[in-house]
Design a protein around this ligand. Structure first.
Ligand code: MTE
Length: 332
């Protein structure tokens, strides 16, 4: 994956509203207490109410997508939400170019209607879902997740969607389904970089079945209360908050249930750098750079102190159990 540091910093000067360090640390402490259960129920519910009261700017650029705020563990944060303008202009979507600004500039050609998602493989009910039906399959929830990119930056984004598990239950996987593969659209007519040799298209990603069923894995249709902008993966993408951002495939057209671990686009491109699991892990460095810290887009200036990256991106209390007994250095 391309890494760029200095230029990125210059593209994202210090925002005027930076959460004061003290407030941030207090919040971190509260979240830690909540996670470890040290805080009493009263403190936990106070903190959760505070987090839920967080104002989310509605950009008003796209159709509204109604949802209710999720109160699921891990779906609420007291960290400051990244501004929409940053989340929608600093993207990785290689089908539209490799620079961070390319997707916002080029993805207007993506045609998101009509759209279908095909379900294949080891399921009792394979078939095609029209997007309109997929959207209505389960209640839409708003969930504020950290997204940590493998390149060393992060954002805090209010996504709208529902747990992927709702769709999986609906299609009834058979006993042979051990993995789930996600395939993105690869249309050379509307996606200028499909056909380039950057990656082997279509963009492909995968999860182990228990990861895919985890309540935090979100099938995502919107962000900031509106349908997804094209550059963020319209009309439907995945968000897997405890893994590096590249595990969250955009503009999904096919979901396959498999017995064998699927090959993924980044693993095919550089197996020694991008493993199948790719859980956020500050203790396992990328072969070319450290993963112990991160830069928060839109908030941290070029010279600001970086944040420490948290194990499983801070979702260890929720997902740690999925990897009990696994060597995470080997299974990176
Ligand atoms: N999905 C597709 N189809 N193509 C991509 O290039 N990039 C991934 C992921 N999903 C990518 C993709 C990477 S590297 C990241 S960090 C996230 O999308 C970025 O999501 P965002 O632009 O909405 O922040």
């Amino acid at each position: 994956m391309l890494i760029r540091t200095d230029r990125d910093g210059l593209q994202h000067p210090i925002a005027s509203e930076i959460t004061p360090q003290g407030v941030y640390q207090d919040r971190r402490q509260i979240m830690k207490w909540m996670a470890t259960g040290v805080a009493g129920a009263a403190l936990a519910s106070w903190a959760q109410r505070e987090a839920l009261a967080q104002q989310i700017q509605k950009p008003g650029k796209h159709a509204a997508l109604a949802s209710t705020r999720s109160t699921a563990a891990g779906a609420v944060t007291m960290e400051k939400v990244t501004e929409f303008k940053d989340a929608s202009s600093y993207n990785n979507y290689y089908e539209f170019g490799t620079d961070k600004g390319d997707p916002a500039q080029n993805a207007h050609t993506l045609k998101t209607t009509p759209w279908t998602v095909e379900i294949e493989g080891a399921v009792k009910k394979p078939g095609k879902f029209a997007l309109e039906d997929l959207v209505k399959l389960a209640p839409q929830e708003e969930r504020i997740y950290r997204l940590r990119c493998v390149e060393g930056w992060s954002m805090v984004i209010p996504w709208v969607g529902y747990p992927l598990a709702r769709l999986i239950e609906k299609v009834e996987p058979t006993g042979n389904a051990r993995f789930v593969e996600f395939l993105s659209l690869a249309d050379p007519k509307t996606m200028p970089f499909v056909g380039s040799r950057v990656l082997d298209w279509p963009y492909a990603e995968g999860l182990r079945m228990d990861e895919a069923m985890h309540p935090l894995a979100l099938l995502t249709f919107g962000m900031y209360g509106e349908v997804l902008p094209n550059q963020n993966g319209a009309p439907v993408r995945l968000v897997v908050p405890w893994k590096y951002g590249f595990k969250s495939a955009k503009s999904i057209v096919k979901i396959r249930f498999l017995e064998q671990m699927p090959k993924t686009a980044w693993n095919k491109a550089a197996a020694q750098e991008y493993g199948f699991y790719s859980n956020v892990n500050p203790n396992v460095d990328h072969p070319r750079w450290s993963q112990s810290t991160e830069r928060r887009i839109g908030e941290d200036g070029l010279f600001a102190k970086k944040r420490k990256t948290l194990m499983f991106n801070g979702y260890e209390p929720q997902v740690g159990q999925l990897y009990a007994g696994m060597d995470l250095k080997k299974n990176f």
